[in-house]
Design a protein. Structure first.
Length: 294
Protein backbone atom coordinates (compact mmCIF):
# COMPACT_ATOMS: atom_id res chain seq x y z
CA UNK A 1 0.00 0.00 0.00
CA UNK A 2 1.34 3.41 -0.98
CA UNK A 3 0.43 6.58 0.94
CA UNK A 4 0.72 10.17 -0.25
CA UNK A 5 0.12 13.45 1.56
CA UNK A 6 -1.38 16.04 -0.78
CA UNK A 7 -2.22 19.71 -0.27
CA UNK A 8 -3.51 20.43 -3.75
CA UNK A 9 -5.84 18.04 -5.58
CA UNK A 10 -5.14 17.98 -9.31
CA UNK A 11 -8.08 17.22 -11.66
CA UNK A 12 -6.99 13.65 -12.35
CA UNK A 13 -6.63 12.83 -8.66
CA UNK A 14 -9.94 14.56 -7.91
CA UNK A 15 -11.65 12.28 -10.44
CA UNK A 16 -10.10 9.22 -8.81
CA UNK A 17 -11.09 10.32 -5.29
CA UNK A 18 -14.60 11.11 -6.55
CA UNK A 19 -14.84 7.55 -7.90
CA UNK A 20 -13.77 6.25 -4.47
CA UNK A 21 -16.40 8.41 -2.75
CA UNK A 22 -19.07 7.24 -5.21
CA UNK A 23 -18.23 3.58 -4.51
CA UNK A 24 -18.47 4.14 -0.75
CA UNK A 25 -21.75 6.06 -1.11
CA UNK A 26 -23.29 3.33 -3.25
CA UNK A 27 -22.29 0.65 -0.73
CA UNK A 28 -23.28 2.54 2.45
CA UNK A 29 -26.30 4.43 1.12
CA UNK A 30 -25.08 7.71 2.58
CA UNK A 31 -22.41 10.29 1.79
CA UNK A 32 -19.02 9.21 3.16
CA UNK A 33 -17.61 12.74 3.15
CA UNK A 34 -19.37 15.77 4.63
CA UNK A 35 -20.28 18.78 2.54
CA UNK A 36 -17.64 21.06 4.07
CA UNK A 37 -14.87 18.61 3.23
CA UNK A 38 -16.27 17.93 -0.25
CA UNK A 39 -16.34 21.64 -1.07
CA UNK A 40 -12.75 21.92 0.17
CA UNK A 41 -11.84 19.37 -2.49
CA UNK A 42 -13.86 20.68 -5.41
CA UNK A 43 -13.16 24.38 -4.78
CA UNK A 44 -9.45 23.92 -4.18
CA UNK A 45 -9.81 25.54 -0.76
CA UNK A 46 -6.60 26.32 1.12
CA UNK A 47 -5.99 24.96 4.59
CA UNK A 48 -6.72 21.27 4.07
CA UNK A 49 -4.48 18.24 3.84
CA UNK A 50 -5.38 15.00 2.10
CA UNK A 51 -3.83 11.58 2.68
CA UNK A 52 -4.37 9.13 -0.17
CA UNK A 53 -3.91 5.37 0.09
CA UNK A 54 -3.17 3.72 -3.27
CA UNK A 55 -3.37 0.18 -4.48
CA UNK A 56 -3.08 1.07 -8.13
CA UNK A 57 -5.86 3.64 -7.77
CA UNK A 58 -6.97 5.38 -4.57
CA UNK A 59 -8.64 2.94 -2.16
CA UNK A 60 -8.63 5.21 0.90
CA UNK A 61 -8.67 8.93 1.57
CA UNK A 62 -8.35 11.00 4.75
CA UNK A 63 -9.32 14.67 4.64
CA UNK A 64 -8.01 17.09 7.26
CA UNK A 65 -9.41 20.62 7.37
CA UNK A 66 -8.20 23.34 9.68
CA UNK A 67 -10.65 25.68 11.38
CA UNK A 68 -10.54 28.21 14.17
CA UNK A 69 -10.98 25.69 16.98
CA UNK A 70 -8.72 22.96 15.60
CA UNK A 71 -8.99 20.26 12.94
CA UNK A 72 -11.76 18.24 11.32
CA UNK A 73 -10.97 14.76 9.99
CA UNK A 74 -13.03 12.42 7.82
CA UNK A 75 -11.95 9.15 6.21
CA UNK A 76 -13.28 7.23 3.20
CA UNK A 77 -12.30 3.60 2.50
CA UNK A 78 -13.36 1.59 -0.54
CA UNK A 79 -15.81 -1.21 0.40
CA UNK A 80 -13.40 -3.86 -0.97
CA UNK A 81 -10.59 -2.68 1.34
CA UNK A 82 -12.35 -2.50 4.68
CA UNK A 83 -11.74 -4.52 7.85
CA UNK A 84 -8.02 -4.67 7.03
CA UNK A 85 -6.75 -1.80 9.16
CA UNK A 86 -6.72 0.80 6.38
CA UNK A 87 -9.09 3.24 8.11
CA UNK A 88 -7.04 3.05 11.32
CA UNK A 89 -3.79 3.61 9.41
CA UNK A 90 -5.24 6.67 7.65
CA UNK A 91 -6.40 8.15 10.95
CA UNK A 92 -3.00 7.46 12.48
CA UNK A 93 -1.20 9.18 9.61
CA UNK A 94 -3.62 12.12 9.76
CA UNK A 95 -2.85 12.63 13.46
CA UNK A 96 0.85 12.61 12.59
CA UNK A 97 0.19 15.40 10.07
CA UNK A 98 -1.63 17.40 12.75
CA UNK A 99 1.36 16.96 15.07
CA UNK A 100 3.74 18.12 12.35
CA UNK A 101 1.54 21.23 11.83
CA UNK A 102 1.79 22.26 15.47
CA UNK A 103 -0.94 20.06 16.97
CA UNK A 104 -4.44 21.02 18.04
CA UNK A 105 -7.86 19.66 18.91
CA UNK A 106 -9.11 17.08 16.38
CA UNK A 107 -12.67 16.03 15.58
CA UNK A 108 -12.70 12.70 13.69
CA UNK A 109 -16.18 12.49 12.21
CA UNK A 110 -17.79 9.11 11.49
CA UNK A 111 -21.15 8.89 9.75
CA UNK A 112 -23.53 6.32 11.25
CA UNK A 113 -20.87 4.76 13.50
CA UNK A 114 -20.93 1.31 15.07
CA UNK A 115 -18.97 -0.58 17.71
CA UNK A 116 -16.07 -1.04 15.29
CA UNK A 117 -15.49 2.72 15.31
CA UNK A 118 -15.60 2.87 19.10
CA UNK A 119 -12.91 0.18 19.19
CA UNK A 120 -10.81 1.94 16.55
CA UNK A 121 -11.04 5.21 18.45
CA UNK A 122 -10.03 3.49 21.67
CA UNK A 123 -6.89 2.01 20.09
CA UNK A 124 -5.86 5.48 18.88
CA UNK A 125 -6.59 7.28 22.13
CA UNK A 126 -9.64 9.17 20.87
CA UNK A 127 -12.76 9.68 22.98
CA UNK A 128 -16.40 10.17 22.09
CA UNK A 129 -17.14 13.83 21.48
CA UNK A 130 -20.08 15.41 19.69
CA UNK A 131 -23.15 13.41 18.72
CA UNK A 132 -24.97 14.87 15.74
CA UNK A 133 -28.55 13.62 15.41
CA UNK A 134 -30.31 13.39 12.06
CA UNK A 135 -33.98 13.94 12.84
CA UNK A 136 -36.95 13.87 10.46
CA UNK A 137 -40.67 14.69 10.40
CA UNK A 138 -43.40 13.85 7.83
CA UNK A 139 -44.82 16.76 5.86
CA UNK A 140 -47.10 18.64 6.02
CA UNK A 141 -47.23 19.44 9.74
CA UNK A 142 -50.36 20.69 11.48
CA UNK A 143 -48.88 23.65 13.33
CA UNK A 144 -49.35 27.40 13.06
CA UNK A 145 -46.85 29.79 14.62
CA UNK A 146 -47.24 33.41 13.46
CA UNK A 147 -44.25 35.65 12.94
CA UNK A 148 -43.64 38.14 15.76
CA UNK A 149 -45.11 41.63 15.29
CA UNK A 150 -43.04 43.78 12.96
CA UNK A 151 -41.32 40.79 11.31
CA UNK A 152 -41.91 39.77 7.70
CA UNK A 153 -40.61 36.91 5.58
CA UNK A 154 -39.07 37.01 2.11
CA UNK A 155 -36.63 35.11 -0.07
CA UNK A 156 -32.89 35.74 0.06
CA UNK A 157 -31.77 38.25 -2.58
CA UNK A 158 -28.33 37.54 -4.08
CA UNK A 159 -26.31 40.71 -4.46
CA UNK A 160 -28.16 42.39 -1.59
CA UNK A 161 -28.22 40.12 1.45
CA UNK A 162 -24.79 38.47 1.58
CA UNK A 163 -23.00 40.79 4.01
CA UNK A 164 -25.96 41.24 6.35
CA UNK A 165 -26.64 37.50 6.41
CA UNK A 166 -23.00 36.68 7.14
CA UNK A 167 -23.05 39.09 10.07
CA UNK A 168 -26.15 37.48 11.61
CA UNK A 169 -24.98 33.93 10.89
CA UNK A 170 -21.53 34.45 12.41
CA UNK A 171 -22.93 36.03 15.55
CA UNK A 172 -25.63 33.35 15.89
CA UNK A 173 -23.06 30.55 15.54
CA UNK A 174 -20.07 32.20 17.21
CA UNK A 175 -17.62 29.47 18.20
CA UNK A 176 -19.37 26.76 16.16
CA UNK A 177 -16.63 24.77 14.35
CA UNK A 178 -18.54 24.32 11.08
CA UNK A 179 -21.09 27.12 10.85
CA UNK A 180 -19.30 29.98 12.57
CA UNK A 181 -16.76 32.33 10.99
CA UNK A 182 -18.13 32.04 7.43
CA UNK A 183 -16.78 34.53 4.91
CA UNK A 184 -18.01 35.70 1.52
CA UNK A 185 -16.13 32.92 -0.27
CA UNK A 186 -17.72 30.24 1.93
CA UNK A 187 -21.19 31.55 1.16
CA UNK A 188 -20.46 32.00 -2.54
CA UNK A 189 -19.38 28.36 -2.86
CA UNK A 190 -22.76 27.21 -1.48
CA UNK A 191 -24.60 29.58 -3.78
CA UNK A 192 -22.84 28.01 -6.77
CA UNK A 193 -24.00 24.51 -5.84
CA UNK A 194 -26.63 22.99 -8.18
CA UNK A 195 -29.14 22.66 -5.35
CA UNK A 196 -29.07 26.34 -4.37
CA UNK A 197 -32.27 28.29 -4.99
CA UNK A 198 -32.70 31.70 -3.32
CA UNK A 199 -36.46 31.06 -3.10
CA UNK A 200 -35.69 28.27 -0.61
CA UNK A 201 -33.58 30.60 1.56
CA UNK A 202 -36.11 32.30 3.84
CA UNK A 203 -35.11 35.62 5.42
CA UNK A 204 -37.02 37.21 8.33
CA UNK A 205 -36.62 40.98 8.51
CA UNK A 206 -37.70 43.82 10.76
CA UNK A 207 -36.96 47.53 10.87
CA UNK A 208 -33.35 46.82 11.93
CA UNK A 209 -32.58 44.37 9.10
CA UNK A 210 -32.23 40.59 9.06
CA UNK A 211 -33.68 39.14 12.25
CA UNK A 212 -33.30 35.46 11.39
CA UNK A 213 -33.37 32.92 8.58
CA UNK A 214 -34.30 29.38 7.60
CA UNK A 215 -32.16 28.15 4.72
CA UNK A 216 -33.88 25.09 3.28
CA UNK A 217 -32.51 22.61 0.77
CA UNK A 218 -34.72 20.44 -1.44
CA UNK A 219 -33.71 16.89 -2.39
CA UNK A 220 -36.21 16.53 -5.20
CA UNK A 221 -35.01 13.05 -6.21
CA UNK A 222 -36.47 11.68 -2.97
CA UNK A 223 -39.08 14.36 -2.13
CA UNK A 224 -37.17 15.25 1.02
CA UNK A 225 -36.55 18.73 2.33
CA UNK A 226 -33.73 19.69 4.64
CA UNK A 227 -33.31 22.57 7.03
CA UNK A 228 -29.78 23.36 5.96
CA UNK A 229 -29.24 26.00 8.63
CA UNK A 230 -31.65 27.97 10.77
CA UNK A 231 -30.67 30.87 13.00
CA UNK A 232 -31.89 33.94 14.85
CA UNK A 233 -29.97 37.14 15.51
CA UNK A 234 -28.76 36.81 19.14
CA UNK A 235 -30.15 40.29 19.86
CA UNK A 236 -33.66 39.09 18.91
CA UNK A 237 -33.81 35.66 20.56
CA UNK A 238 -36.44 36.73 23.09
CA UNK A 239 -39.16 37.45 20.51
CA UNK A 240 -40.08 33.82 19.67
CA UNK A 241 -38.83 33.96 16.10
CA UNK A 242 -37.15 30.53 16.03
CA UNK A 243 -40.37 28.48 16.17
CA UNK A 244 -42.04 30.71 13.59
CA UNK A 245 -39.10 30.29 11.22
CA UNK A 246 -39.12 26.53 11.72
CA UNK A 247 -42.82 26.23 10.84
CA UNK A 248 -42.45 28.65 7.90
CA UNK A 249 -39.70 26.42 6.49
CA UNK A 250 -41.76 23.27 6.94
CA UNK A 251 -44.72 24.89 5.20
CA UNK A 252 -42.47 26.09 2.38
CA UNK A 253 -41.08 22.60 1.77
CA UNK A 254 -44.53 21.03 1.86
CA UNK A 255 -45.75 23.52 -0.76
CA UNK A 256 -42.79 22.51 -2.93
CA UNK A 257 -43.95 18.88 -2.83
CA UNK A 258 -41.58 17.52 -0.19
CA UNK A 259 -42.97 14.62 1.87
CA UNK A 260 -40.37 14.69 4.65
CA UNK A 261 -38.13 17.24 6.32
CA UNK A 262 -34.85 16.31 7.98
CA UNK A 263 -32.14 18.28 9.76
CA UNK A 264 -29.05 17.82 11.90
CA UNK A 265 -28.94 18.93 15.52
CA UNK A 266 -26.21 18.52 18.11
CA UNK A 267 -27.36 16.22 20.92
CA UNK A 268 -25.85 18.68 23.41
CA UNK A 269 -28.22 21.41 22.18
CA UNK A 270 -31.07 20.23 24.36
CA UNK A 271 -33.13 23.40 23.87
CA UNK A 272 -33.18 23.00 20.08
CA UNK A 273 -33.70 19.24 20.33
CA UNK A 274 -36.71 19.72 22.61
CA UNK A 275 -38.21 22.18 20.13
CA UNK A 276 -37.80 19.78 17.23
CA UNK A 277 -39.30 16.91 19.21
CA UNK A 278 -42.27 19.13 20.08
CA UNK A 279 -42.90 19.61 16.37
CA UNK A 280 -42.82 15.87 15.66
CA UNK A 281 -39.19 15.24 14.67
CA UNK A 282 -37.71 11.87 15.61
CA UNK A 283 -34.21 10.44 15.28
CA UNK A 284 -33.33 8.74 11.99
CA UNK A 285 -29.63 8.15 12.67
CA UNK A 286 -26.64 9.82 14.26
CA UNK A 287 -23.11 10.80 13.35
CA UNK A 288 -20.29 10.99 15.87
CA UNK A 289 -17.10 12.96 16.38
CA UNK A 290 -14.25 11.27 18.21
CA UNK A 291 -11.85 13.79 19.69
CA UNK A 292 -8.23 14.02 20.73
CA UNK A 293 -5.77 16.79 21.56
CA UNK A 294 -2.57 16.31 19.59
Amino acid sequence: MKYEVVRNIEPGLLDAITALIDAARSHDNHNPLGEHKWLDLTAGHDGFVGIVAYEGSPVGYAHLSRHASGWGLEVVVHPDHRNAGLEEELVRRALEVVASEGGGHVHFWVFQPDDVHDELAGRLGLKRGRELLHVCVPLPVDYEVPLPPGVSLRAFEPGRDEDAWLDVNNRAFAGHPEQGAWDAETLERRMKEPWFDPDDFLIATDDAGIAGFNWTKLHRDRDEGEIYVIGVDPDRKAIGLGKALLVAGLEHMARKGMHTCCLYVDEANQQALAMYEKFGFSEDHRDRAYTIDV
